[in-house]
Design a protein around this ligand. Structure first.
Ligand code: KG4
Ligand code: ZN
Length: 373
């Protein structure tokens, strides 16, 4: 069929963790079809079980793609390019999407493109807000990664900072578990914190000191394991002092105090990047960017930061649906890579720890800087 869509039509498939998602977009970033299926099998375990994730992807991938195509009003044969997340992520889960894509691309004699999951997150806001284009300071905060980058152009990224231990989302998930809140922890903490007082408990803001200077290794880096330990100790002391039921009674205040501490650090480090690069445009990507406090604080503090004209200061975010793992961002990143002339080979595969394409470290060395997770 020949619709009114701008070619190429790209099908993006995401199976790196616990969402099976597919989307068809056209060359003007119109999302023609988009299905996100979250696996609920993990909830009872309080975290993602890799083998169960892979099995669930295998069971559901065909149905998810079928529904996406129906929603888009196109047939599989209409797809010009197949994009799939090839890493980083859970290897068994990634392999499901990659094998599906290779088989279909081979069967239809179409190109396929491997996509880096975190680069895809960076593209997500641009699907809804076309101005969310480089140059910008990007804060990527997900369950496995926390990275602060300067995007000079699509495909040309400078790594400014990253986490030294836990990722931001991981910290939300661990603290939620500690407080007896359901997985995934980020949304649980956010919901619980609504009724809490963020000033009730003074938690540390790790790696954030006013004597840090540009060039110091710690200037942009973040760390969340110390904050998590501080919450562990807080919970213990609340329990010891208050007895049974005390933690439950303090839960909203602990959640709010933790959320505020995590957000303060992320906002402060991002503002350092804004000041040092002189770039007042900020893009937030990854699951934690769905956090309403993070969005609000980032916008509030950026508007008061004297960099650029007031009208240029802007925080770009995707809607919550596109902030979490989804196929549309994979399709968007795949289209970019395809237009760069990058297509994958039949022998290419998935990589649980895939290097971020086009990412250089602060001093410009290397092209395969691999964030610690
Ligand atoms: O990007 P994502 O969907 O998957 C990965 O690539 O990891 O991010 C998932 C992470 C989880 O740790 C989840 O708890 C966190 O994002 N998250 C949130 C919120 N929604 C999801 N964290 C804080 N506030 C939220 N509203
Ligand atoms: Zn993600």
């Amino acid at each position: 069929m020949t619709g009114a869509w701008a070619r190429p039509l790209v099908l993006g498939l995401e199976t790196s963790c616990d969402e099976t998602s597919a989307s068809v977009i056209d060359a003007e970033d119109r999302i023609l079809g988009h299905v996100i299926l979250s696996q609920d099998v993990h909830e009872v375990f309080g975290g993602v079980v890799p083998e169960l994730a892979a099995r669930a992807h295998l069971q559901k991938v065909d149905a998810v793609v079928d529904r996406t195509l129906r929603e888009a009003g196109v047939a599989l044969e209409d797809i010009d390019v197949f994009g799939v997340t090839t890493g980083p992520g859970l290897i068994g889960a990634l392999l499901v999407g990659v094998c599906w894509t290779k088989a279909v691309a081979w069967g239809l004699d179409r190109p396929w493109v491997g996509v880096h999951h975190m680069e895809a997150h960076l593209f997500a806001p641009s699907l809804e807000v076309p101005e969310a284009e480089p140059p910008f300071v990007g804060l990527l905060v997900s369950g496995g990664h926390t990275m602060l980058i300067h995007a000079e152009a699509w495909g040309r990224y400078r790594l400014l900072g990253q986490t030294r231990d836990d990722a931001a989302g991981e910290a939300f998930d661990k603290v939620a578990k500690l407080l007896g809140l359901p997985y995934p922890g980020g949304p649980s903490i956010q919901r619980t914190a609504v009724d809490g007082d963020p000033k009730r408990y003074r938690l540390p803001r790790p790696m954030l000191r006013s004597d840090q200077r540009p060039g110091d290794a710690a200037y942009y880096d973040v760390s969340f394991s110390g904050l998590k330990t501080a919450v562990v100790e807080l919970v213990r002391s609340v329990e010891e002092e208050g007895g049974e039921g005390a933690v439950e009674a303090a839960r909203a205040d602990i959640a709010a105090s933790f959320q505020q501490a995590a957000v303060d650090v992320l906002v402060a480090k991002t503002m350092r990047a804004v000041e040092q690069t002189g770039c007042p445009r900020v893009v937030l990507g990854g699951g934690v960017s769905a956090n309403t406090l993070l969005r609000a604080e980032m916008a509030r503090v950026l508007s008061a930061t004297p960099v650029g004209e007031a009208g240029d200061r802007h925080v770009f975010t995707a809607s919550p649906r596109l902030s979490l793992d989804n196929g549309a961002m994979v399709a968007r990143a795949a289209r970019f890579r395809y237009e760069q002339g990058e297509t994958a080979e039949m022998s290419d595969s998935a990589h649980s720890g895939m290097p971020f394409p086009g990412l250089t470290t602060e001093n410009g060395s290397g092209g395969t800087a691999q964030p610690r997770t």
